[in-house]
Design a protein around this ligand. Structure first.
Ligand SMILES: [Zn+2]
Length: 232
C-alpha cells in the first residue's frame, strides 16, 4: 500500500466511527480472552470453501466470508452452509470489478444486487461489505454509508493469493504473532487459507485467541432489507 493511501486510510480511520469503517478490532481488555477475526474473500469456491468450512467446524471457529455475488449465485448451497454454520456473510460486490474502472453508480449497484441475492438465499442482507482490493473513493464510501453498509478492511495480510505452495503459508504462519483485534485477510478461492487455519490451530493460536465475526466489532445489526440504514 502506498504511503499516501496508508496516510489517507489512517486519517479516515481516526475520524470515523469504528462501526462504519473497521480496519482492526478493539484492543482487548486484560480480563477477557483476546479475539481475532478470520476473513475470507473472493469465494464461494466449489472445492476450497467446503474444505475450509470443514476445518473451521472441526475447531469450532467463526469467520467472515466476503462473497462475490455472481459466485454466490452459482453456488447457493455453499452460501447457505456458511450462514447455517454460524459464520458471517459479507458483501464483496457482484463481479469483483476493477476499482479504478468502476463508477460509484456501478459499484453501488453491484453491492445492492449482491445484497438482494444474500437476502434471497439466507433471509438477511449482509451487515458488512469489503470493496475489492480494499479500494474506495469518497463517492463510493459515502454511498455505502447512505445505504447502511459498514465497511471492513484488514490489518494482517499474508498475501495468500501470491503463494504457490502450502509451505509458503506454513512459513508465514511461523512468523505471525497474533494480537487481539487482528483482522486477517485470506482468500477461499485459493487452498492456502485451509493450510493457514490448520497450521494456526496446531500452533495453539486458537487456544489463546477466540475467533469472531467482523460485525461483532462494528456492532452492526442484522438487516432484513437492503435499504434499512443502521442507526449509529
Ligand atoms: Zn477480493
Amino acid at each position: 500500500m502506498g504511503l499516501l493511501r496508508q496516510l489517507t486510510k489512517t486519517i479516515l480511520t481516526a475520524c470515523v466511527s469504528r462501526r462504519r469503517l473497521l480496519t482492526r478490532g478493539p484492543i482487548p481488555r486484560r480480563d477477557v480472552q483476546p479475539q481475532i477475526a478470520l476473513t475470507f474473500d473472493d469465494g464461494p469456491h466449489p472445492e476450497f470453501t467446503p474444505r475450509l468450512l470443514d476445518v473451521l467446524a472441526d475447531r469450532r471457529l467463526t469467520a467472515t466470508f466476503f462473497v462475490i455475488g455472481e459466485l454466490a449465485e452459482r453456488h447457493p448451497d455453499i452460501v447457505r452452509r456458511i450462514a447455517a454454520e454460524g459464520h458471517e456473510l459479507g458483501n464483496h460486490t457482484w463481479t469483483h470489478s476493477e476499482p479504478s474502472q468502476t463508477s460509484p453508480r456501478q459499484f453501488l449497484n453491484e453491492v445492492r444486487r449482491t445484497d438482494e441475492l444474500l437476502i434471497e438465499l439466507t433471509g438477511a442482507a449482509s451487515r458488512t461489505m469489503r470493496p475489492p482490493k480494499g479500494e474506495l473513493n469518497w463517492s463510493k464510501l459515502s454511498g455505502l454509508w447512505q445505504c447502511g453498509q459498514n465497511v471492513a478492511l484488514w490489518n494482517v495480510d499474508p498475501r495468500d493469493y501470491r503463494m504457490t505452495s502450502a509451505d509458503d503459508m506454513t512459513a508465514w504462519c511461523s512468523t505471525y504473532e497474533p494480537c487481539g483485534g487482528d483482522i486477517l485477510l485470506m482468500h477461499d478461492n485459493h487452498p492456502w487459507a485451509i493450510t493457514a487455519v490448520a497450521t494456526m490451530g496446531s500452533r495453539g493460536v486458537f487456544n489463546r485467541f477466540e475467533t469472531t465475526t467482523v460485525s461483532e466489532w462494528t456492532g452492526a445489526v442484522k438487516r432484513s432489507g437492503v435499504a434499512v440504514a443502521i442507526q449509529t
